[in-house]
Design a protein around this ligand. Sequence first.
Ligand SMILES: *Cc1c(COP(=O)(O)O)cnc(C)c1O
Length: 494
Amino acid sequence: MSDIAPAEFRGDLPIEEFRRYAAQLIDWIAEYLAHPERFPVVPRVRPGDVAAQLPPAPPARGESLADVLADVERVIVPGTTHWNHPGFFAYFSISSSIPGILGELLAAALDVNAMLWKTGPAATELEQVALDWLRQLMGLGPGWFGVVNDTASISTLLALAAAREAKPALAIRARGMAGRADLPTLRVYCSAHAHSSVDKAAITLGLGHENVVKIGVDDAFRMRVDLLEQAMERDRAAGMLPLCVVATIGTTSTTSIDPVGEIAELCRSEDVWLHVDGAYGGIAAVVPELHDLMDGVHLADSLVVNPHKWLFTPVDCSAFYTRQPEVLKRAFSLVPEYLVTREQDEVVNLMDYGVQLGRRFRALKLWMVIRAFGAEGLAERIRWHVQLAQEFAGWVRDEPGWELCAPHPLSLVCFRHAPPGTSEAEREALNARVMHEVNASGEAFLSHTKLGDRYVLRLAIGNIRTDRRHVARAWELLRAATAKSPAAGPGARS
Ligand SMILES: *Cc1c(COP(=O)(O)O)cnc(C)c1O
């Protein structure tokens, strides 16, 4: 054995270093938040550029935090897509906020692992309180149990697992699904516009991708309940078992809103679990005049909304609610001896409600966001985003050669440049080029989708720092990009 290493190799860094670099980092973050447009929203890097600037092997000796932070500024920040940029309009625009950032910092410092009440009494109870507050903000009645997951994808996976456990006769928890002649094929239904996380959940649970039945939509991209009913009938006649319907409040392509109330009634009469995916759109229910987004949800079995999408809470924070926590618990609770605690029958042990054992103290940042902005502040910020989106839609509607491509009830607008006399193929090429040009500007970032055979652009507003001028600038860039277009028709000259 060699000599014992010197003391500098033991323990954490000196607390004075924490004070010094934390202050420096907080200053950097303050600058970043004060000037969120300082960096291009989409970084000008190519695949491999970031990794190529980093040593392939770890340092043998500790490096100074000054050097590490310098590399953050030199390599990491320029290779970052800035979701906090007010010109971020792609996918669903999200942002962190000051109370949310402080909550993350504190959660990292406390480093609570709230697997059991005992291992995190405050984290466990705050999770219940913060989610109950959020429920109230959305205008939902009592009777819901909530847990925080990392993402809506995991929340939906847990919902499907609970739906399966809600049919105890299937005995899948104990016996599995493979090699069982007694088991009917289990079917999951969602609209053709539902999120891919429904498919992934079915794949993960072994239900089979083919057993996710995509139901057709009406001309506003909402699930057609008559087609849902027919599909279930057909499946039952074929000896299959309808297990779960996933309805969406705010689909990813267009933010269409499925008729949850009607779907819920059908699910009730068919004895099928109803899960509602409101990952983005559901959050808008915190605006009192948008409470009706939650119409019918009181009849659902589970619901997911993502505070990390439109409630200014840093990624990750997904709120999963169920009216049947005992079923969720039956699906997942498994207590080995080393996790037995004296008070386990009196308390919520969060490990009982999902796959993971350890869990971050995510409720802290959500609670801090809700407290710092208040019900009225949150509602006003989201109301403003909806208003900006409606203004943008108005600009598109009034501009010759441009068209709106879907209803826009919330803060997402689907639209495109469609000069008269151009074919669908030309329009796709034109809009794709326009989008890439706008995104290359570094001032705005948009994404696209397909609605039927139409290639359409999506502008999503949800960033806490986005103001009218950012939306106006995106519109200016879009029009400028079409003006340059050789393929542009007469309507594109403005
Ligand atoms: C974003 C989104 C999801 C997935 O969210 P994650 O938290 O990233 O898993 C699911 N459903 C809808 C409707 C979404 O908009």
